[in-house]
Design a protein around this ligand. Sequence first.
Ligand code: DGL
Length: 250
Amino acid sequence: MDKRPIGMFDSGCGGLTVLKEYTKLMPNEDFIYYGDTAHLPYGDKSPQEIIGYSKKIVEFLLKKDVKLIVIACGTASATAYEYLKSNYNIEIRNIIEPVATSNLHGNIGVIATTSTIKSNAWEISIKKLHNDVNVISLACPIFVPLIENGLTDTPVMKEAIKEYMKSFNDNNINSLILGCTHYPLIQEKIQQELGPNINLINVGKYSAKNTLEFLKSSSLQNDFEHSGSCLFFSSGDFNAFKSRATFLGF
Ligand code: DGL
């Protein structure tokens, strides 16, 4: 048993979609979530910049004595994970591997931030195990600013989704990976645009399942009698972050 909290971070509120999946599956765990809102968005930054921000957050979480760290951000998973894994002596988990190592076949779409798509991390991870899978990647840079500004239910979001999803019209994809953790917040709208036959993959669900298996196999789960909690920190305006978190049900 390990009663220490799980650390988690994202550039903003997107990682809360990951946290949500974790709290559903692991109600006995405590979580410390860090939203790096002062540096949001990560999606248009260089790998060096994202590594720099991520290092500071990892060091902050280490001081909080977390038992492991989940990078609840697609962009930091794609650009900073390898660096963090090699430079810190703590279990660090990204949100790409649990999906890339799952059962995938045929043509798979990936939507994510510009930095994630540029890194090619999804294609590289998927191809390691699934040589025959065809990965079609698309950067959707407008989504995160709209979501962070609470503009999910607006005509401009509808138009943006319509425009981006056109790219998949001719690809015959069976699944679309939501490779940015902000995207589950517009999942229903994307599904409506693509129709019910395309399976949308929420990376948070895969990550939570995978981490739970890890906790079990390493005997790191918290006391089953314990009722878990979430503690939030942000580098930017905490009240603005808190109201986004409250809106998302935290
Ligand atoms: N939620 C993030 C991701 O998964 C970050 C998006 C951003 O800051 O641009 O990529």
